[in-house]
Design a binder for this molecule. Structure first.
Ligand SMILES: [Zn+2]
Length: 237
C-alpha cells in the first residue's frame, strides 16, 4: 500500500548503507532496533560472502553433510551441475545484498518473512528486482525482503537475531536469484535447527529424508538459507 512504509538509512560496519523500513502504523524503531536491523543485514552479507567462497574450495565433511541434508547431494559432495547451480544462486545473492540494500521490518502474522512477487513490468519503477524464476524460467519482479518485527524487537529471545539473519538470506535468494518455496516439504524447521536438533524439513519422510528431488532442492530458498548458515556461521565471528 502506497505510503504504508517509512524508511531510515543507516551506515553499517563495512561503511555501506542499509535502508531500514518499518510499517508506519506499527511505530518507529528505536536506535537500538535500527542497529539490530542493520546488524542482521551485515551478518547476512558476511555469511553469504563466505559461503560463496567455501563452495568453490574443498568440501570438508561438515559441508558434505550439510549438502546432503539441504540439497540431497551425494554423500561425497556436489557434482559439477549441482555446483554450477549453487554457485549461480550464491553469486547473485551475494552481489545483490552487497550493494545498498533494504530490509523491511514487519511481516504477516503467519510468516517469518516474505517478498512480494510481481509479474507485471509496471513494478519495475518501484524498488523491485528483476530475476528469472529458477523453477518456471519466467521473469519476475521481486520486492524487498520483509522479516518479522519480533526478531528485531526481541533479538535475544528464542534466537531472534539468528532467525532474522536466516530469514533475510532466504528472502534475498528469492529477490536476487529467483529461488522458490515448496511449502512444508521445502521449509526447514528453524526451531530444530537453532535448538541443536539438526536439519529437518517440516514435512519429511518417516526415515528423515526429504520429499523433494535434488533438482527441486537446488531451487529451494530455505535449502540455501540453512546451508549458507550452517557452513559459514561457525567460521565467521
Ligand atoms: Zn520463501
Amino acid at each position: 500500500m502506497f505510503g504504508k512504509w517509512s524508511e531510515t538509512s543507516k551506515s553499517i560496519n563495512s561503511g555501506k548503507s542499509v535502508n531500514i523500513a518499518h510499517i508506519k502504523l506499527d511505530g518507529g524503531l528505536t536506535g537500538e532496533q535500527l542497529t539490530t536491523a542493520a546488524g542482521v543485514v551485515e551478518r547476512a552479507r558476511e555469511l553469504v560472502s563466505l559461503a560463496k567462497v567455501k563452495i568453490g574450495g574443498n568440501w570438508d565433511s561438515a559441508m558434505k553433510a550439510a549438502g546432503a541434508k539441504c540439497f540431497s547431494l551425494a554423500p561425497g559432495g556436489p557434482g559439477n551441475a549441482d555446483l554450477e547451480m549453487m554457485g549461480l544462486v550464491l553469486r547473485k545473492t551475494n552481489s545483490g545484498i552487497s550493494g545498498t540494500t533494504t530490509i523491511k521490518v514487519g511481516s504477516s502474522p503467519d510468516a517469518n518473512g516474505y517478498v512480494n512477487v510481481h509479474n507485471d513490468f509496471m513494478h519495475k519503477v518501484f524498488s523491485s528486482h528483476a530475476v528469472k524464476n529458477l523453477k518456471t524460467g519466467k521473469k519476475e519482479y521481486i520486492g524487498g525482503a520483509h522479516i518479522d518485527r519480533e526478531y528485531i524487537v526481541n533479538p535475544t529471545q528464542n534466537n531472534g537475531f539468528q532467525r532474522g539473519v536466516l530469514t533475510f538470506i532466504h528472502e534475498a535468494t528469492h529477490r536476487y536469484a529467483g529461488t522458490v518455496d515448496y511449502d512444508d516439504e521445502g521449509y526447514i524447521s528453524a526451531t530444530q535447527f537453532f535448538g541443536g536438533g539438526g536439519i529437518h524439513f517440516r514435512d519429511e519422510n518417516p526415515d528423515g529424508s526429504c520429499k523433494l528431488t535434488k533438482t527441486q532442492l537446488l531451487t529451494n530458498a530455505d535449502s540455501y538459507a540453512v546451508f549458507i548458515y550452517e557452513i559459514a556461521s561457525a567460521t565467521v565471528i
